[in-house]
Design a protein around this ligand. Structure first.
Ligand SMILES: NC(=O)c1ccc[n+]([C@@H]2O[C@H](COP(=O)([O-])OP(=O)(O)OC[C@H]3O[C@@H](n4cnc5c(N)ncnc54)[C@H](O)[C@@H]3O)[C@@H](O)[C@H]2O)c1
Length: 269
C-alpha cells in the first residue's frame, strides 16, 4: 500500500467513538496512521480513544504513529491549548480533520433554546475554533489540507426532524467553501465529506434508543431501505474519502464536497 501521509502531522478531532467499532473519527485516525502519518488524536474522552490507539498501533506501517490528547472542541481555551501544545512539539500541522459532531432530534417548536445553542457549538463553532487556530499554523508552513465532516442531513431531509443538526451541517459546507477561497493562494485546501446513514457505533449506542425503542435491527433495516447500494457503509468508507481529499492526489480539489451515502441522496422517493 502507498504511504500518502508519511512524515505528515495530522490532527483528527473526535478520534474516539461512542462505542466499539468503526466510528468516523476512529477510522480516519487509524487510516492516516496506516499511511504513515503522525496523528494527534483529539477527543473530550481519553477512554473513547483506547480502541483507536490500539487499532492504529496494530495497523501502523510506513512509520505511522499516534498520540492522544484531551480537547473539548466547543471550548476556545481548550482548542487553543491543544493546538499550541501540538505546534510546540511538532512545529507544524499538515492535515486537520474536523470530525466532531452529532444530532439532536426536534424541530424549532420541540427543541429547547439550550439544545439549539449546544448543537451550534458542537457541530459548527467547533469547526470555526479549530480553523481559527490551525489556519495560521498552516499558513506559516505555506501548505495544508483541511477536511470537515458534514452530513446528508445538511443537504436533504433524511426522515427525521433534527433542525439544528441540518442547519449546522449545512453551515459546515458553506464555511468550508468560504475558507477554501480565502486560503487557496496560501496553499491551503479545504473540503467537506458528507456521510449518509452509516452503520457506526452511534447506531447501537444512541440512535436506536431515540428512533426505534432500542431495536437496532429495525433501525438498520429502516436506514438500509433508503440506500440504493445493498449494504451499509461505516466509518472506513468515510475515512477513504477523507484521506483522498487530504492527500496530494486531490491537489487541484478545494471548496467542494464528496458525498458518501451509497446513493441515498440521489433519490426523491
Ligand atoms: N455516524 C453516522 O452515521 C454519521 C452520518 C453522517 C455524518 N456523521 C458525522 O460524522 C462525525 C462523527 O460521527 P460518529 O457517529 O462517527 O462519531 P462518534 O459519535 O462515534 O464519536 C465522536 C467522538 O467525538 C467525541 N466528542 C464528543 N464531544 C466532543 C467534544 N466537545 N470535543 C471533542 N470530542 C468530542 C466523543 O467522545 C466521540 O469519541 C460527526 O460530525 C457526525 O455528524 C456521522
Amino acid at each position: 500500500m502507498s504511504a500518502r501521509f508519511q512524515n505528515k502531522i495530522a490532527v483528527v478531532t473526535g478520534a474516539g467513538s461512542v462505542g466499539p467499532g468503526w466510528g468516523n473519527g476512529r477510522a480516519i485516525a487509524v487510516a492516516l496512521v496506516r499511511e504513515g502519518a503522525h496523528v494527534v488524536a483529539l477527543d473530550i474522552s481519553l477512554r473513547s480513544m483506547d480502541e483507536t490507539l490500539a487499532s492504529a498501533r496494530t495497523q501502523a506501517t510506513h512509520g505511522g504513529t499516534i498520540e492522544s490528547m484531551v480537547c473539548d472542541v466547543t471550548q476556545a481555551a481548550s482548542v487553543l491549548a491543544a493546538i499550541e501544545a501540538i505546534v510546540k512539539t511538532h512545529g507544524r500541522i499538515d492535515v486537520l480533520v474536523n470530525n466532531v459532531g452529532g444530532s439532536a432530534k426536534g424541530g424549532p417548536v420541540e427543541m429547547s433554546e439550550e439544545v439549539w445553542d449546544a448543537q451550534v457549538d458542537f457541530n459548527l463553532k467547533s469547526v470555526f475554533l479549530l480553523c481559527k487556530h490551525v489556519l495560521p499554523v498552516m499558513e506559516r508552513n505555506g501548505r495544508g489540507a483541511i477536511v470537515n465532516l458534514s452530513s446528508t442531513s445538511g443537504i436533504r431531509w433524511t426522515g427525521a426532524a433534527q433542525v439544528a443538526y441540518a442547519a449546522t451541517k449545512a453551515g459546515v459546507i458553506q464555511l468550508g467553501r468560504v475558507v477554501a477561497n480565502q486560503y487557496a493562494k496560501k496553499g491551503i485546501r479545504v473540503n467537506t465529506v458528507i456521510p449518509g446513514q452509516l452503520h457506526t457505533p452511534m447506531v447501537e449506542t444512541r440512535l436506536a434508543l431515540q428512533r426505534s425503542g432500542g431495536d437496532v435491527q429495525a433501525l438498520l433495516a429502516q436506514r438500509q431501505a433508503r440506500i440504493p447500494l445493498p449494504f451499509m457503509g461505516d466509518g472506513r468508507d468515510t475515512a477513504n474519502a477523507v484521506l483522498f481529499l487530504a492527500s496530494e492526489e486531490a491537489r487541484f480539489i478545494t471548496g467542494t464536497e464528496l458525498v458518501i451515502d451509497g446513493g441515498m441522496s440521489t433519490r426523491c422517493d
